[in-house]
Write a protein that binds this ligand. Structure first.
Ligand code: ADE
Ligand code: ZN
Length: 326
């Protein structure tokens, strides 16, 4: 209908996207064949049927297994270019994407192979589609502080291609405080910082992301709404939240899309943005995430525009670059 066409046509940014989470089953099969890797599925339908999760860990187990088909530079290129092709179809003109180097280096894939493939595709995405991009290196929080320090050291030779560091994977039991020293070093090296916080974890983890990791943006942040002092702080500082509606629904953080908190976030003056997280696993890219919330929350055109504008304003682009996009 009218609003859906409006969303499709509207220029958008995506700020919360795990590139490994954009691996569609068709490409997973093609890469498994190309690299002679066994996967425990016989058909694309079997893969899709396996994508039924009751929490974050449920999903992560299958997500790490899925990325095992990525071995060569060309694999990372194909993965990233497929995502950018989709973004061009959806009128997404700027992307800030996460990658999980430890998901690959721990399987023996060199850091350089991963980042070379991803950034070659990002360069082609700019040349062919005019899509601008930033790259964010995420540390896997279920692994040790030492492993994160090691990953940061491996990233330094490629620092000109990496804008920020982030923190993802299993949130419960792995609070931001575990990585305070790693983030301190990353910030000293000139990286910006983000962290997943308040996806499943309590408001305390959001405080830690702000106070100990000194994040420039919060990924998810849903559970911040449980703490009124925290809401006031987030509203006053206008720290952006990269909200992922379909992800919240598929991981059962939100059991009914009509109860999704994104409208409430806007009403509270929080700088919320709309993102897909892991589109292949959660059933939708950016436009489908907008469609899901307008249907269930009866958002107005003004609210949709606000969310899209927030995406550009919360990006890590320069003020001048932002002006050109808004
Ligand atoms: N890695 C990929 N997607 C994630 C998510 N939604 N939360 C934490 N880690 C992730
Ligand atoms: Zn995420």
């Amino acid at each position: 209908d009218d609003l859906k066409r409006f969303i499709q046509k509207m220029p958008k940014a995506e700020l919360h996207l795990h590139i490994e989470g954009s691996l569609e089953p068709e490409l997973m099969f093609a890469l498994a064949k190309r690299n002679d890797i066994e996967i425990p599925f016989a058909t694309v339908q079997e893969v899709r049927d396996a994508y039924s999760f009751s929490n974050l860990q449920d999903f992560l187990d299958i997500y790490y297994q899925g990325m095992s088909v990525l071995l060569k530079e060309q694999d990372f290129y194909d993965l990233t270019f497929a995502y950018l092709t989709k973004m061009q179809e959806q009128n997404v003109i700027h992307v800030e994407i996460f990658f999980d180097p430890q998901g690959h280096t721990d399987r023996g894939v060199p850091f350089a192979t991963v980042i070379d493939g991803i950034t070659r595709a990002l360069d082609d995405g700019l040349a062919k589609f005019g899509i601008t991009s930033k790259l964010i290196l995420c540390f896997l929080r279920h692994l040790s502080e030492d492993a994160a320090f090691d990953t940061l050291a491996q990233a330094l030779p490629f620092r000109d291609r990496i804008t920020a560091v982030g923190l993802d994977s299993s949130e419960m039991g792995h609070p931001p405080s575990k990585f305070a020293r790693v983030f301190e070093k990353a910030k000293a090296e000139g990286f910006l910082a983000v962290a997943h916080a308040g996806e499943e974890g309590p408001p305390e983890y959001v405080y830690e992301a702000l106070d100990l990791l000194k994040v420039d943006r919060l990924d998810h942040g849903n559970r911040a709404l449980e703490d009124t002092a925290l809401v006031t702080r987030l509203a006053d500082s206008q720290i952006a939240l990269t909200v992922c509606p379909l992800s919240n629904y598929k991981l059962a953080g939100v059991t009914d899309m009509r109860a999704h908190p994104i409208k409430k976030m806007l009403d509270l003056g929080l700088k919320a943005t709309v993102n897909s997280d892991d589109p292949s696993y959660f059933g939708g890219y950016v436009n489908e995430n907008y469609d899901a919330i307008i249907e269930s929350l009866s958002l107005t055109k003004a609210e949709i525009l606000k969310l899209a504008r927030n995406g550009f304003e919360a990006s890590f682009c320069s003020e001048k670059e932002k002006q050109a996009m808004i």
